[in-house]
Write a new protein. Structure first.
Lengths: 428, 171
């Protein structure tokens, strides 16, 4: 789809990057996003571990569309549109469960858990032209997985998921390799909260390390109060205590890649975990060294990475691992869902430590996320002036040669360049 | 919650009105942001839990909670929310909580288990209004100086937090 105008000023010669704030408030832009981005890109649906047994299912909205994420009777993971083929009602209203059939309450059409049509009540009333077997639940055009992360794509002409993820797979691997059997699982307990802000502000916020000292000073104080030493860096270019990079992974994906200072359940001890945790954490690290070698073990344990898969999947491998996705509910609002991810073989004590570490920072009751939510909502409120204060300034670090810093805005520009290209229909 | 002997301590006598008075006093301290005084109501082993809306029964060591604080984390939470740099609470929310349906659900030695329903209205600037509805479940230790909170558990009635956004104050 072509026709939309560009919303960015990208002057590489002068080193200036500006974003037209209309992109963050306009319903017209949102309609364009639904066509050009959410109907074209691979969108995260769920993790295979959420469907442990055949017949397990979860209902959720993915990019605003109600779907059933299910494991059918033969063990195949599926994504059905949660819409009856008869009149369009949701055919499954439970949040999660296990079933062989999905029954529409309206006229009683029944579907098997593989999506196929099971029964139309009173089918003798239809003519021969009515072929019941063609009335299975619809599915997205494509549905594929990478290391048990399942994505859907509404575009039948889309490239494969692996090609789409491209260089981002390396950063997913760094998360999955934390499990001795390469099997991570979503932990029970879902965090679902709304933010009264445009969804793209969450993309920025999830990887923006420039905001940490100002938005999260109370979290930094908590860490210091808890005995976590965070000396300011001697390098005046660094906003954070340690060195960190912003990396463009292609196709609109990007990540931070930071030397850790905040502790990691796998496996960098900080005093918050308690003295008792030291032997077990040393053993977790030793298992990694044995399995993946010392260099990769160090990379897994001693770096933290916030990864964005374009457009709306964030995997934060920081104080804990969180999968976060969000979708627009109008131009001025988004709905956020977040889960914790951990190795399946984790001990009871390591799991408890992981969850506690999660809550030190993330989530609606965490010591950091509520202030992110506040910051994004303040942006959205301030954007009411967009016609008279048109441009968001995003040039930070543009003059920097070579490696790009996590506290600059290279990765944010990566997002916006790709977004702009998809919205204007320019060739990728 | 079974009534009966626990750790050799005879069950304390307790009336619903005592528990109710305690809840009303606590609610006033929280609504008035007198959090240091509120902290003085906590037992040394106090915990504060908000389980996730979709798994109210799961244990906090194996389920991702919204809040799962031990005594030290509650202390840190108070420091955080009283700091003007806790942006989610600056300017501070104004809250008004109504507590009802107070019940004593069991007595074990000096521990009184009690439950109540609540509605907590939270207002921020520009007419932003949030209504938290649910139930409180308490384990209260009865001491010579009154009740001390051993466990404070908040069960949210909503299917998801949704438009409530954050729980950045003491709910």
């Amino acid at each position: 789809m072509t026709g939309a105008r560009s919303f960015v000023v990208d002057d590489r010669e002068k080193g200036i990057f500006l974003l037209d704030r209309e992109a963050l408030v306009s319903d017209e832009v949102l309609r364009g996003e639904m066509r050009n981005i959410f109907a074209k890109c691979w969108i995260y649906v769920g993790h295979g571990s959420e469907l442990k047994k055949n017949g397990d299912f979860h209902t959720r909205k993915v990019a605003g569309r109600p779907v059933i994420f299910a494991r059918d009777g033969k063990g195949q993971v599926r994504c059905h549109l949660n819409t009856c083929r008869h009149r369009g009602a949701l055919v499954c209203t439970e949040r999660k469960g296990n079933t062989r059939r999905f029954n529409c309450v309206y006229h009683g059409w029944i579907y098997n858990n593989d999506g196929s049509m099971a029964r139309v009540p009173g089918d003798e009333a239809y003519t021969a032209a009515f072929d019941q077997s063609t009335f299975g639940l619809k599915a997205p055009a494509k549905f594929e997985s990478y290391r048990d992360f399942w994505f859907m794509n509404l575009d039948p002409d889309a490239v494969s998921l692996v090609d789409y993820l491209g260089a981002a797979t390396e950063y997913i691997d760094l998360v999955v390799d934390q499990s001795p059997s390469s099997t991570m699982e979503v932990i029970s307990g879902t965090q679902e909260y709304d933010v009264n802000a445009n969804w793209k502000l969450m993309v920025e916020n999830s990887v923006d390390d420039y905001h940490l000292p100002s938005t999260h000073s109370t979290w930094l104080n908590f860490m210091a109060n808890s005995g976590v030493k965070m000396e300011p860096s001697k390098d005046p270019a660094l906003v954070l205590p340690t060195h960190g990079l912003a990396i463009d992974l292609g196709n609109g994906h990007f990540t931070t890649d930071n030397v850790n200072f905040r502790g990691r359940p796998v496996a960098a001890w900080i005093p918050i975990y308690g003295e008792d945790a030291k032997p077990e954490m040393a053993a977790i690290r030793e298992e990694l060294v044995q399995r993946v070698g010392p260099d990769r073990a160090k990379r897994i344990c001693d770096t933290n990475r916030n990864l964005v898969i374009f457009p709306n999947l964030v995997i934060n491998d920081g104080s804990s691992v969180t999968i976060r996705t969000f979708y627009p509910d109008g131009a001025n609002k988004m709905q956020v869902t977040a889960w914790a991810l951990g190795p399946v073989e984790e001990s009871e004590s390591a799991r408890a430590r992981r969850l506690d570490a999660f809550l030190t920072f993330y989530g609606p009751g965490g010591f950091a996320t509520p202030d992110d939510v506040e910051a994004l909502e303040l942006v959205q409120q301030g954007l009411a002036n967009y016609t008279d204060d048109r441009w968001s300034e995003m040039s930070r670090g543009m003059g920097r040669e070579g490696e790009q810093l996590n506290s600059d805005e290279h990765h944010l520009r990566t997002f916006w360049r790709h977004w702009d290209k998809m919205m204007t229909g320019a060739q990728a | 919650m079974s009534a009966g002997m626990s750790a050799g301590i005879a069950n304390v006598a307790v009336k619903r009105a005592e528990v109710e008075d305690f809840f009303f006093h606590e609610a006033a301290l929280l609504d008035e942001w007198r959090l240091k005084e509120w902290e003085a109501l906590l037992a040394d082993d106090a915990t504060y839990f908000i389980p996730p809306n979709d798994d109210l029964e799961g244990g906090h060591r194996g389920t991702l909670y919204i809040i799962s604080d031990d005594r030290e984390r509650i202390r840190q939470r108070i420091i955080r929310v009283m700091d003007p740099n806790c942006h989610a609470e600056f300017p501070r929310s104004r809250t008004c909580r109504l507590i009802s349906n107070v019940r004593i659900t069991g007595v074990e030695g000096d521990i009184v288990h009690a439950a109540a329903n609540f509605v907590c209205y939270r207002y921020r600037r520009y007419q932003r209004e949030f209504v938290y509805v649910g139930s409180y479940q308490y384990a209260l230790r009865k001491t010579g100086e009154g009740f001390r909170i051993k466990e404070r558990r908040v069960l949210l009635a909503a299917h998801e937090l949704g438009q409530l956004g954050s729980v950045s104050f003491i709910l």
